[in-house]
Design a binder for this molecule. Structure first.
Ligand SMILES: [Zn+2]
Length: 419
């Protein structure tokens, strides 16, 4: 007797769709078969795609920037995620300067993540680091994480990593996640919103990538939120290098900063030229993962100042990230939002519809239609009004519905360890 049967859907398996039934027991995918077996609950998935739950490798729930806090916490952010078919999020620990602070940072984030309705994991983050790289790598792994995030910019807030520490990290058997902008080419005091891109120009991204590629990568380099086609091209085909980009860079170019409400679009790195955006789209094959960098702020916070330097940077899209990318690339985007992420970050039981894996599933109606409206508790989305093909009907985490036919069902997410 199985707990749940998802019957008659087109099930995504290793790049293909197979019409089959999925049987779930104790939160795991127990059997895929054409046969009809007995099950406590049965869901009819005829006409629907059954997809692996999406894993967003890059979110910032309740991120405290000092002057503002991103408006989705783990509860509202995970609800938005569930609506978008996302079943696991990877968030970031507060930045630490020394390995002695790691456990405290972990426990703090672990605690506030308890109201997530979907599963969650973390990356460690370094800032003003003056500790021992070897020790921090060991401790990060002991806590079930696989990745350490660093910045090559934000010297003004002390977040920038020193080259010697970056080089030491890259030699370790860990994922070094890098926010790559050359600090020397960034002007963090920039006030004019309409020309904001000039303050963090494309050259800043490309120069930082050049510097990274000159370093010895003994572990894995994972470049977060690459904003340009030229950036992706630079990284393509390089061994042990992984490239992440975000839906927003596929949809907008820097002209939006010149709109009357240009402040609502501010983020870092910024949108680029229209031709860089097109080049990015052409280079989807050289991008390993799609993360949202979900970090929404309310309109009032975005509009609290007329100076670009004082406006919190970030936008949200986790409720629509799959749809946004599916509308551009169809089924070929699925792996970049599921199995690729699981493989890179070592989430062994996630990202595939396969016997023994967690039953994290999305029931997707390819004939449906979704119109973007807001993002979580945020009072706007940069995609508001956009009409997207397809709709996410239901989302399951470990065999339990967290959203069923569009309605959110309360659940308790679990911490996911990377192996
Ligand atoms: Zn980020």
């Amino acid at each position: 007797m199985y707990d749940l049967a998802v019957q008659g859907g087109k099930v995504y398996r290793a790049g293909d769709f197979v019409e089959t039934n999925v049987y779930i027991k104790d939160g795991k995918i127990a059997k895929l078969t054409d046969e009809t077996l007995s099950s406590t609950e049965v869901v009819d998935a005829k006409g629907l795609f059954v997809l692996p739950g999406f894993i967003d490798p890059h979110v910032h729930m309740a991120l405290d920037l000092g002057n503002a806090t991103s408006c989705d916490d783990f509860e509202s952010g995970s609800v938005a995620a569930a609506k978008g078919g996302v079943t696991t999020i990877l968030d970031f620990l507060d930045p630490i300067a020394h390995e002695d602070d790691l456990i405290r940072a972990f426990e703090k984030r672990y605690k506030i993540a308890q109201n997530s309705i979907i599963d969650f994991g973390f990356h460690a983050t370094l800032s003003s680091f003056h500790g021992d790289v070897g020790k921090i790598v060991k401790q990060v792994k002991q806590l079930g994480m696989n990745s350490v995030k660093v910045f090559t910019t934000y010297s003004e807030s002390g977040r920038m990593i020193e080259t010697e520490h970056l080089e030491a990290l890259l030699k370790n058997k860990i994922i070094t996640m890098v926010h790559a902008e050359d600090d020397a080419l960034v002007d963090s005091t920039w006030e004019d919103i309409s020309t904001y891109e000039s303050s963090r120009p494309l050259d800043a991204e490309l120069s930082a990538l050049d510097q990274l590629l000159e370093m010895d990568i003994g572990g894995r380099l994972y470049v977060v939120h690459v904003s340009s086609g030229s950036g992706v091209e630079k990284l393509s085909g390089k061994p042990n290098v992984f490239v992440e980009s975000c839906p927003q860079y596929f949809y907008y170019d820097k002209r939006v900063f010149g709109l009357e409400n240009g402040c609502l679009y501010l983020l870092a790195p910024p949108f680029r030229t229209a031709s860089e955006k097109e080049k990015l789209k052409m280079n989807i094959g050289n991008i390993h993962t799609i993360g949202t960098d979900h970090c929404p702020f309310k309109k009032s916070e975005k509009m609290a100042s007329e100076k670009a330097s004082e406006i919190p940077k970030g936008v949200g899209s986790i409720a629509y990230s799959f749809l946004l990318m599916y509308n551009l690339y169809g089924e070929s985007i699925i792996d970049k939002m599921s199995s690729n992420v699981a493989d890179i970050f070592g989430l062994k039981s996630k990202g595939r519809i396969q016997d023994g894996y967690d039953a994290d599933l999305v029931l997707f109606d390819p004939e449906g239609k979704t119109i973007v409206k807001g993002s979580g508790v945020c009072d706007y989305s940069i995609y508001d009004g956009l009409s997207l093909k397809g709709s996410i009907r239901s989302t399951l985490v470990r065999g339990k519905f967290v959203m069923k036919d569009g309605k959110i069902i309360s659940a308790k997410g679990r911490y996911v360890r990377g192996e």
